[in-house]
Design a protein around this ligand. Structure first.
Ligand SMILES: *[C@@H]1O[C@H](CO)[C@@H](O)[C@H](O)[C@H]1NC(C)=O
Ligand SMILES: *[C@@H]1O[C@H](CO)[C@@H](O)[C@H](O)[C@H]1NC(C)=O
Ligand SMILES: *[C@@H]1O[C@H](CO)[C@@H](O)[C@H](O)[C@H]1NC(C)=O
Length: 491
């Protein structure tokens, strides 16, 4: 026989043997799989009506589902119930949600499930009654990317409750009853980027409670009960981009409160009770682009408060008690406010129409931002009686439905609700005369320091006299005295 033939034959024989062997392997593996998995109830296909858990999966075949929505009811299920091992029947689940019915009473994080699902990435529980999250509740999972636990009546996060989860990127604990954050609750989470703690009752942030979250970019603490912020609260958050502290109970911002947040770009402080911001309150926030301070109680904004901002283009100061906003205060960000996407909003304050606001006229002419222009066009200020009469206008200068050029890129500013303040406010018995700032020509804007001085030395205008005469006789009497004083001084 030819040697070539011999080699070929041997080769074929080897191939055949290999094929048979691998078939046998397949059979064996399949057999052993079957014996392991057949002892479990397929959680995506539970027939037992009395079962305390029912899951709906996108595929009900054994070992195929990647997504399961499970309902817990019929009085709940104990942590050590053998039922939990049935999750072995679907080892490919990536997304798992537990919705707990009112009678369900899931009172713990079902760690036994997490540890069994080796592909689990997204884990949600809604409407459970989990009073506390214990240490290592998520069993050091190396696959979890998102944990979402809203509305579960959680009151306490123990130390290390979120720990050693190397891929974890998002955590939501919204709408629970957490009242304080201890240190080391969040530990060894090298990939955590977003942490949502909105709508809890947090009043205390222990020093260093976010210390290990160096990669966090977004922190939501809105709708809680925080009364103070200090620098030590935010240690470690050197990459944070967005901090949301809306609707808390802050009354003041002290020196360097946010100075650990070197990278911060957006700071939301709306809806607090802030009356005072110290001159270094925003010290260190060189990257900040957007600052929201609407719906607070700011009476003044000291020169210097905005000095550290180099990139600020959005400043929202609506609905405060500001009586003016001086150009000195705005100096460091004034150039930025001329850029295309800038926004400054001052509606709903108590701005006095005087020359301290002259810079807004100038800004309106120089800015390239449609939003700044629109906001300034809408802005009204309070005229004193002298200015009002000088302008010789009637009390309702401002139309009820101003044809405001609403030109915002998005709906973050809802100007409709400010239309009310455009009308005359009655404060006590004093009527406030409001007028659109930009409708008052710059030479008519009086200067405050000269105001009283000039008022007593310049003769009353025709309009002024007419106004006083048409008013009550008391005022006429007062006016007469005023005129006679003027005359005697002039003499
Ligand atoms: C929630 O659990 C606590 C104990 O952990 C219990 O006292 C309370 O009654 C439960 N609430 C509901 C609504 O089940
Ligand atoms: C998680 O890892 C830490 C540190 O390696 C270890 O101390 C802890 O016991 C582990 N916990 C669980 C539940 O595996
Ligand atoms: C985290 O949340 C953000 C914003 O909701 C989302 O875009 C992102 O895909 C989430 N990442 C993961 C891993 O779930």
């Amino acid at each position: 026989m030819d040697l070539k033939y011999l080699i070929l034959m041997i080769a074929f024989a080897t191939i055949e043997i290999n094929v048979t062997e691998s078939r046998q392997n397949d059979k064996r593996r399949w057999k052993s799989d079957k014996s392991v998995y057949s002892q479990y109830v397929n959680i995506c296909d539970i027939q037992d009506r009395g079962s305390k858990v029912h899951c709906y999966c996108e595929s009900t075949k054994l070992k195929t589902a990647t997504k399961a929505d499970c309902w817990v009811f019929n009085g709940g299920i104990a942590e050590d119930d053998p039922f939990w091992s049935n999750f072995y029947s679907q080892p490919k689940i990536e997304r798992l949600t537990f919705n707990v019915r009112a009678d369900g009473g899931l009172t713990y994080i079902p760690a036994k499930v997490i540890i069994r699902l080796e592909k689990l990435q997204y884990f949600n529980i809604h409407y459970a009654n989990i009073s506390s999250v214990p240490p290592f509740a998520f069993t050091n999972s190396s696959t979890l990317r998102e944990i979402s636990l809203p509305k579960n009546k959680i009151t306490k996060l123990e130390r290390m409750s979120f720990a050693h989860l190397i891929l974890l990127a998002n955590v939501s604990l919204m709408e629970n009853q957490i009242s304080e954050l201890e240190r080391d609750v969040f530990y060894m989470l090298p990939n955590l980027q977003r942490l949502y703690l909105s709508k809890n009752t947090i009043s205390v942030l222990h020093e260093g409670c976010f210390k290990h979250l160096n990669n966090l970019v977004k922190l939501e603490l809105d709708s809680n009960l925080l009364t103070v912020v200090i620098r030590e609260n935010f240690q470690g958050l050197s990459n944070l981009i967005t901090l949301d502290m809306r609707n808390n109970k802050l009354t003041m911002i002290g020196d360097l409160a946010f100075s650990e947040l070197w990278a911060l770009q957006e700071l939301y402080l709306d809806g607090n009770e802030i009356e005072f911001i110290s001159e270094r309150g925003f010290g260190g926030l060189a990257q900040l682009r957007k600052l929201y301070l609407a719906d607070n109680k700011l009476g003044t904004l000291d020169a210097g408060v905005l000095d550290d901002f180099q990139k600020l283009t959005v400043l929202d100061l609506r609905n405060n008690n500001l009586e003016t906003l001086k150009q000195e205060t705005m100096q460091s960000v004034l150039e930025n406010m001329k850029s295309n996407y800038a926004l400054i909003s001052l509606d709903g304050n108590k701005l006095t129409c005087d020359c301290r606001l002259l810079w807004l006229h100038k800004l309106k002419n120089e800015t390239r931002s449609k939003r700044v222009k629109a906001s300034l066009e809408r802005l009204s200020c309070i005229m004193d009686l002298k200015l009002k009469t000088d302008l010789g206008k009637k009390k309702n200068d401002i139309p009820k439905n101003p044809t405001s050029t609403h030109d915002y890129d998005n709906d973050e500013f809802d100007d409709d609700k400010y239309d009310e303040t455009m009308q005359d406010d009655t404060v006590g018995n004093k009527v406030e005369y409001r007028k659109r700032l930009l409708e008052i020509s710059t030479d008519m804007l009086p200067c405050h320091n000269k105001l009283s001085y000039e008022a007593s030395y310049s003769p009353p205008t025709q309009d002024e006299v007419k106004y006083y005469y048409s008013a009550s006789s008391n005022v006429v009497a007062a006016m007469t005295v005023h005129i006679s004083i003027f005359v005697s001084i002039a003499l």
